[in-house]
Design a protein around this ligand. Structure first.
Ligand SMILES: [Ca+2]
Ligand SMILES: [Ca+2]
Ligand SMILES: [Ca+2]
Length: 403
């Protein structure tokens, strides 16, 4: 993609202009960086931590004005709604209105994550990003995840350092981000930015394309339509006649101090051509266990039925407490954590979720072993976790170790 238009920067430049008179109102006490983990479940507005953009607009690249009324909460999900109600008169002069939500304070090095479902439609952008604003003597720093509505099977990564961008990369997701919720994350350190989708590392920047950001940023999400110069990038938005929405289940931040010092790479996977762990065909490292092979075979060298897979290695939890591990498999499954068998459903079954719980201590590595077989037809194997502190998600690569 020849995406050399960088509407975010322009938007933010415009934001700065607006902020000149609105900063006190919009971004109270926003100058200090936070190094505190949070998990925001998005059950409702949380003004102690987040602000909702309201009553202003960005620059010419944006077809929307921000309105608090365009943020909705229902059943633990936040929707940002793009519509044309009252526009342009009550939409800051724009043809459309939409929603934006951002942390009150800035966050430094660490991992920014959200579970979200993107809006589909040419011209739309669904985002998760950090934004520093200008500091004394510098311009904006920014790290982006953007899903363009014109092709929701792709993700665009980007970063800006002192206002300098041109670091865009297009990632093929392998799914349609507008159909289901998925986990999106980026991890920011002095030496790299790593982007993750459903826990799997999909892109790394190490500064070779230009210095990495150094300024802490607000963690932000928004839905907007491109306008003017941005249409080269977003495509031209035509309002479909009804509101469109981007959905967010949760937003999470983990400071670098609470991330694994040794980022995990996944689990060791042994693929067997029989259901009983005989006839080993391949050994490899799988970043996560999140497979739906359908009626197909996991490897070209194997049959599509009567096979088994054993994943082994270590898992390192972020939190101390009782973790629940969830398997979703077709067919049989057994899971050991810390050498305790916590799921034992070694039977033919259509895709079924099972769970088992165990108490774990943050930062410790525990043995984990997952066994799986497919008899006939569909073959599915997924491994998730959850806890009081941990939103349910596919166990991410950075917390799995092959040995
Ligand atoms: Ca939620
Ligand atoms: Ca099969
Ligand atoms: Ca099956």
């Amino acid at each position: 993609m020849n995406n050399k238009v960088m509407p975010i920067r322009k938007r933010m430049t415009a934001l700065l202009a607006a902020a000149a008179m609105l900063a006190v109102l919009l971004l109270p006490n926003s100058s200090s960086a936070a190094d505190v983990a949070f998990f925001e479940p998005l059950n409702g507005t949380n003004p102690s931590m987040f602000y909702t953009s309201d009553g202003w607009a960005n620059g010419a690249d944006f077809g929307v004005g921000w309105k608090a009324a365009n943020q909705e909460f229902s059943n633990g999900i936040m929707a940002l709604r793009l519509d044309n109600a009252g526009c342009p008169a009550s939409c800051s002069g724009k043809n459309y209105a939409s929603g934006e939500y951002a942390t009150n304070v800035k966050y430094g090095y660490g991992r920014v994550e959200a579970r979200m479902k993107a809006a589909k439609g040419t011209g739309l952008v669904t985002s998760l990003f950090t934004y520093s604003g200008a500091a004394q003597g510098t311009s904006n720093d920014e790290i982006d995840i953007e899903i363009l509505g014109k092709d929701t099977t792709k993700l665009e990564t980007n970063y800006f350092t002192n206002g300098v961008g041109q670091h865009s990369t297009i990632i093929n997701l392998g799914f349609d981000a507008s159909l289901d919720f998925h986990d999106y994350a980026f991890e920011w350190s002095p030496t790299y930015i790593k982007w993750y989708v459903d826990g799997v590392l999909v892109h790394t920047e190490n500064g070779s394309r230009g210095a990495l950001p150094t300024s802490p940023g607000h963690i932000m999400v928004n839905l907007w339509s491109g306008a003017g110069p941005a249409e080269v990038w977003t495509g031209k938005f035509n309002y479909p006649g009804a509101p469109v929405r981007a959905y967010y289940d949760w937003i999470k931040f983990t400071p670098a101090s609470e991330l694994p010092a040794d980022n995990g790479t996944g689990l060791t996977a042994q693929y067997y051509d029989n259901m009983n762990f005989t006839s080993l065909m391949a050994t490899r490292v799988d970043a996560t266990v999140n497979f739906n092979w359908g009626y197909g075979a996991p490897l070209p060298s194997m049959g599509a039925d009567t096979f088994s897979v054993r994943w082994t290695g270590k898992v390192k939890p972020q939190y101390t407490g009782t973790y629940t591990f969830h398997t979703s498999t077709d067919d049989g499954v057994r899971l050991w954590v810390n050498n305790q068998l916590i799921i034992d459903k070694w039977v033919d079954q259509a895709e079924t979720e099972w769970s088992g719980s165990i108490y774990l201590t943050a930062g410790q590595k525990y043995d984990i072993k997952l066994e799986f077989y497919d008899n006939t037809e569909d073959a599915i194997a997924k491994l998730s976790w959850s806890s009081a502190s941990q939103p349910k998600q596919i166990i991410p690569q950075n917390r799995l170790y092959p040995n």
